[in-house]
Write a protein that binds this ligand. Sequence first.
Ligand SMILES: NC(=O)c1ccc[n+]([C@@H]2O[C@H](COP(=O)([O-])OP(=O)(O)OC[C@H]3O[C@@H](n4cnc5c(N)ncnc54)[C@H](O)[C@@H]3O)[C@@H](O)[C@H]2O)c1
Length: 333
Amino acid sequence: MAQLHRDALAGQQRRFDVVAAVDPVPERAAEFAAAFRGARPVREVSEVVDDIDAALVIAPHHVHHDVGLRLLQSGRHVLMEKPLALDEQECRDLIRASGAGGGILMVAYPMRYHPLVLSLRDQVRSGVVGEVFQMSIWTEQYTRYADAHWANRRSTVGGGQLFSHGCHYIDLLVWLLGEPVRGSHLGTRRGTEWMEGEGTSNVQIEFASGALGYHFGTWGARATRLGYRIHVHGTSGLLDADIIEGRLRLSAGGRTRTITQVNGHDKYLAHELEHFADVIDGRAVLRTDAETALRGLQIIWRLYEAADAGVVADLRGLGFGDTAGSVTAGIIG
Ligand SMILES: NC(=O)c1ccc[n+]([C@@H]2O[C@H](COP(=O)([O-])OP(=O)(O)OC[C@H]3O[C@@H](n4cnc5c(N)ncnc54)[C@H](O)[C@@H]3O)[C@@H](O)[C@H]2O)c1
């Protein structure tokens, strides 16, 4: 992920002066730093913390807490790659440190800055498909890290595919559909035996509005037809976002038309970075804040616990209550 952020940062040098790249593996730090004139490669955050205003943390999940705390306790702004941290206590430590030190803590959920997803949200909000009753998200990819990689182990990744990757889509479901009520998750290692946790997961959530949300995510797809796809069904039609094709289509009133076309190869990380800069400059209100990110992770932890217990998860009381009611009014941020 560092390479993608490096390329996005390289296009944002008007907003960010990159002074250092940190990685315990020196050649990785050197490779990143080489893209920015004057940037120096270092091994530890403590070597640069006094020289910076802000940091982008693109590290393994089990180091988010320590690295994030070091930065936030020094009052630095942090854009933290998802998921925020491994467990609730770690997340709360980071949120508290942000509050105490005055640094902004933003979570990297780039889908919320992706123009296709923003267009989808605007269309849902406009009521063009009527009352939403089903939103489905498919993410089919083949992701296999080297055997000893941290992402394969529960203790370092924080769970499995759902926690590591599905957190983006749980975040999107609640962003568009509001207050979750109950849900279930079934995961499997079959087909992704290199993962200690699940490599494939199916999630279904019922929302207070009555709408249902679904996410199918896999790191084991040997081939895909759906790729990265979001469908929103409403009482007047269907919105179909094809993230890979970069196309949002509306089917309503007997015809289908393209509403938005963007570059499907772009992850639009530059938009996320620009938002981070805007928030630091006081020009924007933080969209992907740590409290909201924590609530999304709490959904996942409840889904995991319920799956282990063989019951349906109770997802009420997580603080999404103010977004209850109609789907079109149930959008936060
Ligand atoms: N938004 C997305 O689409 C997306 C996609 C992939 C990964 N990610 C996220 O990016 C983060 C990194 O994932 P990755 O796949 O790039 O991992 P990776 O293993 O490829 O890279 C992690 C890097 O962090 C370095 N590192 C380890 N400890 C460190 C420390 N204490 N300080 C500084 N650097 C340290 C490692 O040496 C390595 O170079 C994770 O949070 C992951 O979930 C996001």
